[in-house]
Ligand binder design. Structure first.
Ligand SMILES: [Zn+2]
Ligand SMILES: [Zn+2]
Length: 435
């Protein structure tokens, strides 16, 4: 596996949503991870990067562990299969400002150079001043072009090189739900992905409304009988001939996504780790960590829920785009430009006779929904969907007891989307493999 961009030294851009750490039989025995975004090993106890050439020496010197026999053979097999950088100086550093690199020591405070095109970062302010003077000819203290930031170092050697990372450790990026702060109502998650509301007092609608702010969104639509009816009609049962029948193909694609989520990790050595990371992010507790459990195939409720969500979004999108005149302000999904074009591609694929690529385009759209940065002000698609899902004909919202199972489904959908994206992205161009 070559790093993206080929063998030349290109800067990898890491995503906070993807699990890059791979374990496996021999890697577990050696006590290292393979970081598949940076193509290096990471020593688990020391939390430092190791290239293939320094691995052996490090284990010997630091851990009194000589790689021999079967381990050596298995390691060679691994190295034949996977590209791992040989020398530390060949390893490109991750692009500055990305997420903290999983498996490495926690980010520490330091300084980053702000000169255009310069990624220099260092822990000592004095050293930074020297860099600015020597490299950029700046005169201190008149010209100060650096700022404090968080740093990580990939290697723990003389002349170690730092790179700038986002503040703090990798956050759990179930963004949309977190931003709604729903988990703060004392909600917790069972291993099987169902949600429980902890106490009875949290079941009261005011608590739910306080957290969701549903009542603040489009009050004029809720207040008007006509607009409300139009809005609720988006949730109507699907008619076979509706919109030329194109939405009929959605359920099948969604079912395929669920099957993919259920089987994707089978036979992978990193399966359990991956399932734990889906729940815990980079900070897996050492003991008793729960892991994500794909649903049994018999459970159709979750896929029906997702089909309904996509149906409603597509319906809203297609109705809005078929209109030639501007109509009264009502509810329609607000999507980003990227989400709109991704949805359009999905709609076109659904409209084709062979429905080729529907699965992939479905995943693409969901990924754009799940990975979108919440820019606030009800731009989050999942937030809009939960509002619509909860809206009742009498202009009120359904109670927390109805919301709980929906939330579990959303959470599952988000995790499944992340999982599929993380494990199929390198195969993106090869639809056969995804099938
Ligand atoms: Zn070590
Ligand atoms: Zn610089």
């Amino acid at each position: 596996m070559e790093p993206p961009g080929g063998p030349e030294k290109s800067t990898p851009i890491l995503s906070p949503l993807i699990n890059y750490l791979e374990g496996g039989v021999v890697l577990d025995r050696l006590g290292v991870w393979f970081h598949c975004g940076l193509n290096v090993f990471i020593c688990r106890p020391c939390r430092v990067g190791l290239t293939s050439e320094v691995l052996k020496g490090h284990l010997k010197a630091q851990h009194k562990h000589a790689i021999a026999g079967k381990d050596w053979e298995d390691l060679q097999t691994f190295l034949c299969r996977v590209h791992v950088f040989g020398r530390p100086e060949d390893v490109p550093l991750p692009s500055p400002g990305g997420p903290a690199v999983q498996g490495l020591g926690a980010p520490e405070p330091g300084f980053a150079c702000r000169m255009r095109g310069c990624a220099y970062a260092v822990k000592s302010e004095e050293v930074m001043k020297k860099h600015q003077c020597g490299e950029h000819g700046l005169v201190h203290p008149l010209e100060k072009r650096y700022s404090p930031c968080n740093l990580q170092a990939l290697f723990n050697s003389v002349g170690k090189v730092f790179f700038q990372v986002l503040d703090g450790l990798v956050r759990d990026k179930d963004v949309a739900l977190q931003h709604m702060a729903l988990l703060d109502v004392g909600m917790s998650w069972n291993v099987d992905g169902t949600a429980v509301i902890a106490t009875d007092k949290d079941r009261t609608p005011p608590a739910l409304l306080r957290v969701t702010s549903w009542a603040d969104y489009l009050p004029q639509v809720r207040a008007s009988h006509g607009l409300r009816a139009k809005t609720l009609a988006l949730k109507d049962r699907l008619k076979p001939d509706e919109l030329g029948g194109i939405l009929q193909g959605l359920a099948e694609a969604v079912n395929s996504l669920f099957r993919l989520g259920q089987t994707l990790l089978n036979g992978r050595s990193s399966k359990l780790t991956a399932l734990k990371i889906i729940i815990h992010g980079a900070n897996i507790p050492s003991a008793g960590a729960t892991h994500w459990t794909p649903l049994p195939e018999s459970n159709q409720n979750y896929s029906r829920f997702l089909t309904e969500m996509l149906t409603v979004i597509l319906r809203s999108h297609l109705r809005a785009s078929s209109k030639t005149t501007t109509t009264v302000a009502g509810f329609s999904f607000f999507l980003s430009t990227q989400q709109t074009s991704s949805l359009q591609v999905l709609a076109e694929a659904l409209g084709r006779k062979e429905r080729d690529g529907v699965l992939q385009h479905c995943q693409d759209f969901l990924w754009k929904v799940v990975s979108a940065k919440d820019r606030g002000d009800w731009t989050d698609v999942i937030q809009q969907w939960t509002w619509l899902k909860a809206l009742r004909p009498d202009r009120n919202f359904y109670p927390a007891s109805s919301f709980t199972p929906d939330l579990a489904k959303l959470k599952y959908m988000i995790r499944q989307t992340v999982l599929i994206q993380a494990f199929t992205e390198p195969l993106h161009d090869d639809e056969e493999l995804i099938k």
